[in-house]
Design a binder for this molecule. Structure first.
Ligand code: SF4
Length: 562
């Protein structure tokens, strides 16, 4: 017997469509969330605030290009937004196994409902931005296509793809998109919409925070040049130079170019956001639900009552992709703006008094400032704290103000916290332990061996020892029990089996639990991934890199308990 499956349904907000159609149409490989923690939610509200109408095609059946026709042709552009995580990172474990679940889909189900769990029926295809953009081209031909989100930012230039174990070229070439928005993107998308409405051609748009393919005569002035795609495929070790140059140019506010034969991928200097910009964007009206108003994805459920207080991370951890997306400078919202968002939450129909998070990439960096205009360091905190990094210590005041709001029972700090910064702020640590965590306080030392921590751009082991001591001295005086829960990583470039044995010994001597141990994932675009490919450190010195999945899994088991 043969079972015939009809194509899965493609959902949209067509019911609410204006009869005259939309200015812009977003395509997303997961259900749309009207929430400021989700890129599609915040970008839609930013465009609507500027007077543009936005249609949503969510979870299209991507095998067929007519799924991208259900809302008709947008007047200005299509935008492909693939969410807060790269699709390959989401679709595969660090052991290269295909995941059967996807936290961003309804009930976490990664496959179209009622269809076999095969790659053809996965709601989020691998390299979703490329697949969606190509289908839009097939459906509509020469229509403006803009791509954005973390997948696009990480794959803007030649990069390593761990699922294919290969160097891939820029996503702009493979997707055939016209414009790539780098970073969070609200200002860029609104500016692009205004220019297109005014009659500009998409291929002429050259604004900060965007990238496109151009000719030699169109390349930005004073751009830093990365090794070409051909140079990197011939010698993949040059990825280190490429990634370092990218991060330094971002810190200096410079444009970047990379050559592909006679074509150039050119990225304009990053767009700058201010406190006023963030206050305005987060002050817009969000329903905090999905567009269909029904079931929620686990990711939306977890973040339903979370609040973003700032963007950017000064840490510059080598394995993390956030500094490529949000940059290293901290841009914080004003206290009034965060407080008024919390007040609005208390009127949500599902409000029960609990906020799952107020923070950003690292919660305790709220309010931190840098006096410098430009910077070529890769981290504000590693190998030592930059003298121009001014922590300001405003996070404590923010938490106190928010928990005094009527109707707020408890605020959790769900974002990561930098324990090396908390060492200098025991008052904040005590406040978090007493008021803002459950039975565990999560920290991310990742490792214990200093030579690995240096490669990772993390604080030295001594900072962890000092922090554990401080934490326990505060806990002695507390009535309730709080434990530390460290995130740990094995398999980072440079690590040997002996390092793992040492890590096990040190964690045991500190009596720290070892439940959360992950194997290093070579995410596209990070410095750690470049070290993984090159098998050298950032200075070109040879390092050991373990790539065998069996050996990595043994390392994980050596540390992990429970
Ligand atoms: S604090 Fe220092 S390292 Fe960080 S951006 Fe400013 S100058 Fe650069």
């Amino acid at each position: 017997m043969t079972t015939i499956h009809l194509p899965p349904a493609t959902y949209s907000n067509a019911e609410s469509a204006a009869p005259e159609g939309f200015d812009a149409i977003f395509a997303t490989p997961y259900p749309f969330s009207d929430h400021p923690s989700f890129p599609e939610g915040i970008l839609k509200r930013a465009l609507e605030d500027a007077g543009f109408s936005v249609g949503i095609i969510e979870t299209p059946f991507w095998q067929r290009s007519d799924s991208f026709k259900i809302l008709g042709k947008p007047r200005l552009f299509f935008a492909v937004i693939s969410g807060p995580v790269d699709s390959v990172v989401l679709n595969y474990t660090s052991s290269r196994k295909r995941r059967m679940e996807d936290l961003y889909q309804l009930n976490g189900n990664a496959f179209f409902e009622g269809y076999p769990p095969s790659i053809s029926y996965k709601i989020r295809p691998d390299r979703a931005v490329i697949v969606f953009s190509q289908r839009i081209r097939q459906a509509w031909g020469d229509i403006p296509v803009i791509i954005g989100g973390i997948e696009s930012s990480l794959r803007l230039f030649a990069h390593y793809d761990f699922q294919q174990d290969a160097i891939r070229r820029s996503i702009l070439l493979d997707s055939r998109a016209d414009l790539l928005v780098t970073g969070p993107g609200e200002k860029q998308l609104v500016t692009a919409a205004r220019l297109l409405k005014g009659g500009a051609l998409i291929r002429e748009i050259t604004i900060p925070g965007t990238a496109r393919i151009c000719k030699e005569t169109e390349r930005p002035d004073d751009a830093a040049e990365l090794p070409s795609y051909e140079e990197i495929t011939t010698n993949p070790a040059r990825l280190i130079e490429a990634h370092k140059t990218t991060l330094k140019a971002m810190g200096q506010g410079k444009a970047l170019i990379q050559r592909y034969g006679n074509r150039i991928v050119a990225s304009q200097p990053p767009e700058r956001y201010s406190t006023g910009d963030l206050d305005h964007i987060y002050g817009l009206s969000y329903m905090r639900s999905n567009v269909m108003g029904g079931d929620m994805s686990p990711a939306l459920r977890m973040n339903l009552f979370s609040v973003t207080s700032h963007r950017g991370c000064a840490g510059g951890c080598a394995f993390c992709s956030l500094n490529l997306q949000e940059g290293r400078r901290i841009i914080s919202r004003s206290l009034d703006s965060v407080v008024s968002e919390v007040e609005r939450l208390t009127h949500h129909k599902e409000w029960k008094g609990y906020i799952s998070d107020i923070g950003g990439p690292s919660a305790d960096m709220y309010g931190a400032e840098c006096e410098g205009e430009t910077c070529i360091r890769l981290s504000c905190l590693s190998p030592s704290r930059c003298p121009r990094f001014d922590l300001q210590r405003r996070y404590l005041g923010l938490l106190r103000e928010c928990r005094s709001i009527k109707g707020v029972k408890k605020i959790f700090v769900g974002s990561g916290i930098r324990y090396d910064l908390l060492l200098h702020d025991p008052e904040l640590l005590e406040e978090i332990m007493v008021h803002h965590c459950g039975s565990f306080l999560r920290i991310a030392p990742e490792h214990t061996e200093d030579h690995i921590l240096r490669l990772m751009g993390k604080p030295p082991y001594k900072a962890l020892e000092d922090f554990v001591r401080l934490f326990r001295s505060i806990r002695k005086a507390m009535k309730r029990k709080v434990e530390l829960a460290p995130y740990l990583m094995v398999g980072h470039p440079g690590e040997t089996e002996r390092d793992v044995e040492e890590m096990k010994r040190k964690l045991f001597s500190l009596s720290l639990p070892t439940k959360d141990v992950q194997i290093f994932t070579p995410t596209p675009g990070t410095l750690s991934t470049a070290m993984y490919v090159a098998a050298t450190d950032l200075t070109g010195r040879d390092i050991h890199v373990e790539k065998g999945l069996k050996a990595l899994s043994i390392r994980r088991r050596m540390i992990a308990s429970g």
